[in-house]
Design a protein around this ligand. Structure first.
Ligand code: 0GY
Length: 290
C-alpha cells in the first residue's frame, strides 16, 4: 500500500436514512486481496486491500441490497478480482470491467455470464495512460452488441474536448461523479452548466451523483456539493445513479464516513419518486434487467 493511501473508514455511522428494499450502491470497488489478485504493474497507485466480503458487510450495514462494482485502474485490464467478487455476490451485484482493445466476443460473453454489464473508459490522467480514441471506439462497438453501456471517468476541464468523442459512442454513457465539477464556482458556473447542457441535449448520457468527498471544499458535511447533485436528480431523474465509491481510493484529506454519505440521499433526492428512480429503477434498468 502507498504510504499516503488512506484505508477505508473502520466503523462508519449507522445511517438514519433507510434505503428502500432493493436499493443499489452503483459505484464501489474491490481491491485485491493482492496476495490472490495482484495489482497491475502499470498502476498509478497501490491501495490497501478492500475485499468483497468487506464490501458486502458494508452493503448490509448501510441498508443496501445490491452493488455495482467498478473495476479500478490499479487492477488494469485484469478483471479477475471483479469477477471473483461478482461470483461471491451471487445475483446481488453487477460489474463494470476495463478491457483491452483486442478482447474477443467470447471473453466478453464470459464476463457477461459473471455479471458484467458495462466497460469503463478512464480519462483521468493521474490514473491511467490514455489510449487513442480508436481503441475506445473499437471496444464500444463490440460491447454494444451485448447490450452493455459505457461508464466514463473524466474531469471537468476535459469535458469540452471529449464531447465529440462521447457523441460517437453507440450506447448509454454514464459519467462518473457528475463530471467532477469545481463546486467552489457554484451551480450556475459555465463549467457545470456545460455539463448540464450536455445531458440536456444528449439523451443517452447519464451520470452518477456520487463522490461529494472528492468535490467538497467545505469539508466532511459536503453541504456545498448538495446543490449540484440535487439539480441533476431533479432535471434528469431517470438518468442518475448513486454510489458510495467505497473504499474511496486516493482520498488524501480524510476518509468519508459511509453512513454520512447515505444520510445525504434525502437531501439530494427529497422526493420519494426521485429516490425510487435513483436507487432502484435506474440501476435496475441499466444493470439488472439485461
Ligand atoms: C473512483 C475514483 C478514483 C479512482 C479510480 O479507477 C480508479 O482507480 O476510479 C480516483 O482516484 O479519483 O471513482 O474510484
Amino acid at each position: 500500500m502507498d504510504k499516503d493511501f488512506l484505508p477505508f473508514h473502520p466503523n462508519p455511522t449507522k445511517p438514519s436514512y433507510v434505503p428502500p428494499k432493493g436499493a443499489v450502491d452503483a459505484h464501489c470497488h474491490v481491491f485485491g486481496p493482492a496476495a490472490k489478485f495482484p495489482y497491475a504493474p502499470q498502476r498509478k497507485y497501490t491501495p490497501g486491500d478492500a475485499s468483497a466480503e468487506k464490501l458486502f458487510e458494508l452493503r448490509d450495514f448501510l441498508g443496501f441490497s445490491r452493488n455495482v462494482i467498478v473495476q479500478a485502474s490499479c487492477h488494469g485490464t485484469n478483471n479477475d478480482a471483479l469477477v471473483d467478487a461478482l461470483e461471491k455476490a451471487k445475483d446481488l451485484a453487477r460489474g463494470v470491467a476495463v478491457v483491452d482493445r483486442d478482447i474477443s466476443i467470447e471473453q466478453l460473453k464470459n464476463l457477461h455470464r459473471a455479471g458484467v454489464r458495462a466497460v469503463r473508459f478512464n480519462f483521468v490522467k493521474r490514473l491511467v495512460d490514455i489510449a487513442p480514441p480508436e481503441t475506445y471506439l473499437s471496444i464500444a462497438k463490440k460491447i454494444a452488441e451485448l447490450g452493455w453501456h459505457i461508464v466514463i471517468y473524466l474531469e471537468a476541464p476535459d469535458l469540452e474536448e471529449l464531447i465529440p468523442f462521447i457523441k460517437q459512442l453507440p450506447t448509454i454513457v454514464v459519467i462518473d461523479h457528475m463530471g467532477r465539477p469545481d463546486v467552489s464556482k457554484g451551480v450556475a458556473s459555465p463549467g457545470f452548466m456545460r455539463f448540464v447542457d450536455f445531458l440536456d441535449n444528449t439523451p443517452n448520457i447519464w451520470t452518477k451523483v456520487s463522490c461529494p468527498e472528492r468535490l467538497s471544499i467545505t469539508g466532511p458535511t459536503y453541504e456545498d456539493v448538495v446543490p449540484f447533485s440535487k439539480l441533476l436528480v431533479e432535471n434528469f431523474t431517470d438518468r442518475t445513479l448513486w454510489g458510495t465509491d467505497w473504499p474511496h481510493p486516493n482520498m488524501k484529506s480524510h476518509m468519508p464516513d459511509d453512513g454520512h454519505l447515505v444520510d445525504m440521499i434525502p437531501k439530494i433526492a427529497p422526493e420519494q419518486k426521485q429516490r425510487q428512480a435513483l436507487l432502484i429503477d435506474n440501476p435496475q434498468r441499466l444493470y439488472f434487467d439485461i
